[in-house]
Write a protein that binds this ligand. Structure first.
Ligand code: 5GP
Length: 116
């Protein structure tokens, strides 16, 4: 089980966000510090998985559902093409240890990675 994070508080509703897309197991909401014209975070509602490697090992169908939600977000809020980025581990820039996908659309030509 992952430690309590800000994303757990978003899932529980303690921290309100604009819900961009939602399924029974996944929600998507805007990143508070956007790095592209469309920058949405897709997260599972479960707090069980701190990073994408653990999610892939523990519940690959949930990972696939996150990718499907990312595709829907890109179709509805961008031109359908998107970059999907997971930071896995603090050394890779991960700061919130509740697995999340960055969905980035538009204005990506000059950007290679999310992060500082
Ligand atoms: P990481 O660096 O862990 O891959 O990405 C964490 C992302 O979460 C960052 O892009 C950061 O801007 C975003 N973030 C952190 N706290 C919040 C929050 O409370 N609300 C929203 N909407 N985004 C957050």
């Amino acid at each position: 089980m992952a430690a309590e994070t800000v994303f757990g508080k978003i899932v529980s509703g303690e921290i309100p966000v604009e819900i961009i897309a939602e399924t029974e197991r996944v929600i998507a909401f805007p990143d508070q510090s956007p790095q592209a014209p469309v920058h949405v975070l897709v997260i599972p509602k479960t707090t069980e998985y701190p990073d994408v490697a653990e999610l892939a090992a523990g519940d690959p169908s949930l990972l696939a559902e996150m990718v499907d939600v990312a595709k829907q977000v890109a179709a509805q809020h961008g031109d359908g093409d998107f970059r999907l980025l997971f930071n896995n581990g603090s050394g890779a820039g991960q700061t919130v240890f509740h697995v999340h996908a960055h969905v980035l659309c538009g204005g990506l030509e000059e950007r290679s990675l999310v992060g500082s």
